[in-house]
Design a protein around this ligand. Structure first.
Ligand code: SF4
Ligand code: SF4
Length: 169
């Protein structure tokens, strides 16, 4: 399987090592037959072939999520899969490198965590207050003094909507 390394991985020795190992995989799936986590969970992404694919996606620049990390973490590193691989893929080594890369990728996305934390707070935090304020103002009707009518959904209190450029004041 060929991997197109994302620009940020071009100078990474770990990424190049992972690319080399993935290069031997022919995606046949024979390894799934001897993988206990695949047998138990029945999810492609909880088997060696799926995990190899996840690592490849991250190397190619797709965002690594906690979900990606979870699929890799579920691997027992028992290397049973290597016994049925016709291509001699060094899966045990790949999963070690892949975990390190994915952990680093997940850790470098603090904004996602921050946003999720804010959403858990119920959008009532101070960061969202301006947005909520705007929404309330729009619902109350247009109060612009411009002569061009706007598209406010509710009827303005002064009887004649006068927003500018088609946007609600
Ligand atoms: S058996 Fe080997 S070549 Fe086939 S998918 Fe699994 S790791 Fe890749
Ligand atoms: S090391 Fe074990 S648990 Fe992990 S993918 Fe291979 S067979 Fe499955």
């Amino acid at each position: 399987m060929q991997t197109q390394l994302a620009t940020r991985f071009k100078n990474s020795a770990e990424a190049k090592e992972a690319e080399r190992i993935i290069g031997a995989c022919v995606h046949c799936g024979f390894c799934n037959a001897t993988c206990p986590t695949y047998q138990l969970l029945g999810d492609e992404l909880d088997g060696p072939r799926g995990r190899i694919y996840l690592i490849k996606q991250v190397l190619e620049g797709q965002p690594a999520t906690e979900r990606t990390q979870q699929h890799l973490d579920r691997c027992l590193t028992c290397r049973n899969c290597e016994t049925t691989c016709p291509s001699g893929v060094e899966y045990g080594h790949l999963i070690d490198v892949g975990r390190t890369l994915v952990e680093r990728e997940v850790a470098r996305r603090p904004t996602d965590r921050t946003l999720r934390a804010a959403l858990r707070e119920g959008l009532t935090g101070s960061w969202f207050a301006p947005t909520l304020k705007l929404g309330r103002r729009s619902a109350a009707g247009c109060r612009s003094r411009s002569a061009t009518p706007c598209r406010s959904r509710s009827r303005p209190a002064h009887g004649r909507c006068a927003g500018s450029a088609g946007a609600c004041c």
